[in-house]
Ligand binder design. Sequence first.
Ligand code: A3P
Ligand code: MG
Ligand code: MG
Length: 368
Amino acid sequence: MATAFPIQPIQRFGGQSEAVKRPKEFAYFSYDEDHQFRLDDSSLKWYYPPALGVDLSSGFEDFKSHSDSVDEHLDSLLKTIANHEKETGKPIDAQVVTWRGMMTKIMTVPFDDRDGFEMNATLYRDCIFIEENHAWKQHQKKEQSNQKWKNPIPQEVMTFWGYKFEALSTLPLPWGQTSRQHIESRPTHPVTNAAQYCSVVRTGFGPTTLCLGGEVDCLWDGTKPPTPGAPIGWVELKTSIDVRSDRDALNFERKLLKYWAQSFLLGVPRIVVGFRSRDGVLVRVEEMETAGIPARVAGRRPRPLWDGDVCINFASAFLEWLRATITDEGVWRIRRQQGAAEIEAFQVEEVGHGEIVSDEFMNHRIKL
Ligand code: A3P
Ligand code: MG
Ligand code: MG
């Protein structure tokens, strides 16, 4: 049975936003330099302002990008949740478990016509587990790389700029435990996208409690607070083309929607944007507070490009609808086609949980 959640009219999601629980980290994990899973914070990094004038392309020849051809499902997130449940002796109370990236896609739907998505979902023990449809994602990437790219700079180089900016702006040691020489040597440090620190949080939209896992780039300073659930001074790093014209400003405000949603979902309070020239030289950095972004874009005349309250209310309503829709076992597809006025959900397998919930996790739950 297919059913759909209408996106329009988005005016019905206007007004004050629904109650949102502040995201609280209750667990975390790392991927090391070889993208091996580790139940620790070994890939945690700290922010140190980068030097300006550096060419973000330098080192591209030596860069070995981590391949995303293997479908990792929710495995690392589920391992981390299982470990937490063993420690506490009880299952987590979330009604939805997914990667932060999936919720970013949902939240930004009301103001995004360009990107479609496909996800797989399954109900297991009163909780909906949602993953990206990996085959669809791979297909998308292939389509994009086949398109004639007007820009003379290859897409792989532009993607590298983002990772290079991370290498220029971070170190794996807190302030006071590193030398000036180490800080200044960053333009020659190796660049990787295999290592990650991932935060696992409990959060909520209206009546729905979620568990989200997602990468955080670095800490502003100090250490993580020892009290579980206390706010953490995370920093999200982004690169963007320097704003020189009205058109650039418009495009940047559009990008701010994604920056804001992505950071809001994990409780990341600060975003540092590295502005670059057209050919990839870092020219300026701007530090901004996540919470101040919606007010910043609200000032645009004749009308703002997006509204954060609408995103929150939309996500909240969508999750309620999803919980009323996926009430039986099997595998469901959640899909928004590019520019479509609805998000569809339909069953693609009638029994089981596909590969969304790992055997390892189910074995753990049986023993819990
Ligand atoms: P920028 O977005 O700053 O250019 P994140 O900002 O989420 O921490 O991701 C870090 C970098 O990974 C990005 O840097 C970009 O280079 C790359 N990246 C992230 N998501 C991507 C996507 N969907 N497609 C291509 N590259 C992506
Ligand atoms: Mg990141
Ligand atoms: Mg980033």
